[in-house]
Write a protein that binds this ligand. Structure first.
Ligand code: HMG
Length: 464
C-alpha cells in the first residue's frame, strides 16, 4: 500500500551579514562591470538578474554551522526528540573536508547541544552541485518507503556558501544559507508523489570547482542553456510519468500543478525556466496557442530564444508566472544563491507568501538542478494540516535589517572583501561575535604520538 512520505516541516537559516547590491558595492564595481555606469549596474543586478542583497557567512560560520542551525530550527519548531531521527543527510557542494561527511560534524553539534547520543544515525553527505540535497531527499524518502528506518524521522539538510571571484558577473549571484527538511510518514507539509520523480544527467562543463579552489569556475551564459535544457528534459520525463500514472497531459497537467518551484541561482533564472516549461506545455494546447497567437507570439519558425522572449512578454505568461511562480522568489532576492538550498528556500518563500490562503490539497512541483549537470522534477501534495508546520517560519521578517526589526547587519565593502578572501582553513576573527548559534571555535593543531588533529574542526554552541 502507498504510504504518504515527504516533508513534515522546514527550518531555514541565513547568516545575518549581507551586502546591499545597490549601495557602495555597486559604486565600487561599476568600473569593472558596467563601464563605470553605477545606475546601469544596479538596474542589471536588481531587474535583469533579480537580486538586491546577498547573504555572507561570517568568519565563524561554514556550511556545517549553517546546516546545524537549520537543523536546530526544524527540530525545535517541530518539538521532536532528536533521538527520533535515524538518518541525517547533508547536500552540499561547499564542504569543509575532502573526506569526512559534514553530516558527522552536524551530528556532533546536535548531540552536544541537546545532550543526547545518536550513535545509530546514518550521516552521509551528498554532492552534485546544487542538486545534492534533492538526491539526499530522494534517498531519505526511498529508505522510508522501503521500511528501512527504525525511527520516525529523517533529516535532510541543504547547506552552502556560494562564492565567485570578485568583480565578475558571478559575484552578484553569491549567497549563503541552509534549509533543513524534516522527512516523515504522514508529513504535514508536502507528501511527495510516489513514482513521479524524473532524473536527467549529462556530463557538462557549465560550472565546477576543482580541488583546492575556493571559487567556482563558471561559463555563465552556457550554464543558463544547460540548466534550461536539463530542466526541459526532466520536465518532459516527469510529464510522461504523470500521463501514465494519473492520465493527465498538456493543458490538464498545467492546470494540475498549482505552483512551480525551481532551483533559483537568481530570480530571473526561474523566469527563464518557467518560459521553457510553460512554453512546451502551451505549444501542445490549442487554446493556449490561440491566445499566444493573438498576442503575436511566434509559434513556429522563430528561433527558440525569440519565441521565449516574446512569450515572457505575453499576458498569458505574466499572469501564469505571477500566480504559479513569483511567490517562490521573494527570499532569493534578499539572500542570493544558496546553491543546494535554493530550491527549498523557494518552497519556504512560497509557503510564507501564501500565508492566509489555503494550499491544502494543492500540487507543488519541485524542479531541482545542479550544474555538471543533473535535473530532477518531482511533485508533492500539500497536507491538510500544513499551517501548523508553518507557524515558526518567519524568514521574510528575519531578513529585514536590524534597524527595521529584522536580524540582518549590512557589511561595509572592506569587511565583505576581507570575509570573501578567507579560506576554509584561515578564518580569522568574526565580525559579529557569535551568540545563540553554532560556531567554528578552532581548528586542530596537534600532531604528536598521543594525538593528531591537524585541521580537525571544533564546533560548539555559543549561548546568549
Ligand atoms: P550577466 O553578464 O550579469 O548578465 O550574467 P546579462 O548581460 O546576460 O544580463 C542579464 C539580464 O539583465 C538580461 O536580461 C539583460 O537584458 C538584463 P534578459 O535579456 O535575459 O531578459 N539587463 C538589464 N536589465 C535592467 N537594467 C539594466 C540591464 N542590463 C542588463 N541596466 C549570469 C548573468 C547569470 C550569467 C552571471 O551572473 C553568472 O555567471 N552567474 C553565475 C552562474 C549562474 O548563476 N548560472 C545560472 C544557471 S547554472 C545554475 O543554476 C547552477 C548553479 O546554481 C551552481 C550549481 O548547480 O551548483 C550556478
Amino acid at each position: 500500500m502507498d504510504r504518504a512520505i515527504g516533508i513534515d516541516s522546514i527550518g531555514v537559516y541565513v547568516p545575518r551579514l549581507y551586502v546591499d547590491l545597490t549601495g557602495p558595492w555597486a559604486t565600487a564595481r561599476a568600473a569593472a562591470l558596467s563601464g563605470g555606469d553605477v545606475e546601469k549596474l544596479v538596474g542589471k543586478v536588481t531587474d535583469g538578474v533579480g537580486v538586491r542583497r546577498m547573504a555572507v557567512a561570517d568568519a565563524h560560520q561554514d556550511c556545517a554551522t549553517l546546516a546545524a542551525m537549520a537543523a536546530k530550527r526544524v527540530i525545535d519548531a517541530s518539538g521532536i526528540d532528536p533521538r527520533d531521527i535515524d538518518y541525517l543527510a547533508v547536500g552540499t557542494e561547499t564542504t569543509v573536508d575532502q573526506s569526512k561527511s559534514i553530516a558527522a560534524y552536524v551530528l556532533g553539534m546536535l548531540e552536544r547541544h541537546y545532550g543526547v547520543s545518536l550513535p545509530e544515525v546514518g550521516a552521509p553527505q551528498f554532492q552534485f552541485a546544487c542538486i545534492g540535497a534533492t538526491y539526499a531527499l530522494e534517498a531519505a524518502v526511498s529508505r522510508m518507503r522501503a521500511g528501512d528506518n527504525t525511527k520516525p524521522y529523517s533529516l535532510v539538510i541543504a547547506s552552502d556558501i556560494s562564492k565567485y571571484p570578485l568583480a565578475t558577473a558571478g559575484e552578484y549571484t553569491q549567497g549563503a544559507g541552509a534549509v533543513a527538511l524534516l522527512v516523515s510518514e504522514r508529513p504535514r507539509l508536502l507528501a511527495l508523489e510516489r513514482g513521479l520523480c524524473s532524473t536527467v544527467t549529462r556530463d557538462e562543463r557549465d560550472f565546477f570547482r576543482p580541488n583546492g579552489q575556493t571559487s567556482a569556475v563558471v561559463d555563465g551564459k552556457y550554464s543558463i542553456d544547460v540548466y534550461l535544457d536539463c530542466m526541459e528534459a526532466a520536465f518532459a520525463a516527469y510529464a510522461k510519468r504523470v500521463e501514465a500514472k494519473l492520465g493527465l497531459g498538456g493543458a490538464d497537467l498545467y492546470d494540475a500543478i498549482d505552483y512551480f518551484c525551481f532551483h533559483v541561482p537568481f530570480p530571473r533564472m526561474a523566469e527563464y525556466a518557467s518560459a521553457r516549461v510553460f512554453g512546451q506545455l502551451w505549444l501542445g494546447d490549442p487554446q493556449a496557442r490561440a491566445r499566444l497567437a493573438a498576442e503575436e507570439v511566434p509559434l513556429s519558425g522563430a528561433p527558440r530564444k525569440d519565441f521565449e522572449r516574446a512569450l515572457t512578454r505575453s499576458r498569458l505568461f505574466r499572469e501564469a508566472f505571477a500566480a504559479k511562480v513569483a511567490p517562490s522568489l521573494t527570499i532569493a532576492r534578499e539572500v542570493g544563491n544558496v546553491y543546494s538550498g535554493s530550491l527549498y528556500l523557494a518552497l519556504a518563500s512560497l509557503l510564507e507568501e501564501t500565508r492566509g490562503q489555503s494550499l491544502a490539497g494543492r500540487r507543488i512541483l519541485l524542479g531541482s538542478y545542479g550544474s555538471g549537470a543533473s535535473a530532477k522534477v518531482l511533485s508533492g501534495i500539500v497536507g491538510e494540516k500544513y499551517t501548523a508546520a508553518l507557524e515558526h517560519l518567519r524568514v521574510h521578517d528575519e531578513l529585514r535589517p536590524e534597524a527595521e526589526g529584522g536580524v540582518r547587519v549590512p557589511l561595509s565593502l572592506s569587511d565583505y572583501e576581507r570575509l570573501h578572501a578567507l579560506s576554509d582553513r584561515e578564518r580569522g576573527a568574526p565580525l559579529l561575535p557569535p551568540r545563540g548559534e553554532f560556531a567554528l571555535e578552532r581548528l586542530g593543531t596537534s600532531s604528536s604520538a598521543e594525538r593528531t588533529d591537524v585541521g580537525y574542526r571544533y564546533y560548539g554552541w555559543i549561548g546568549g
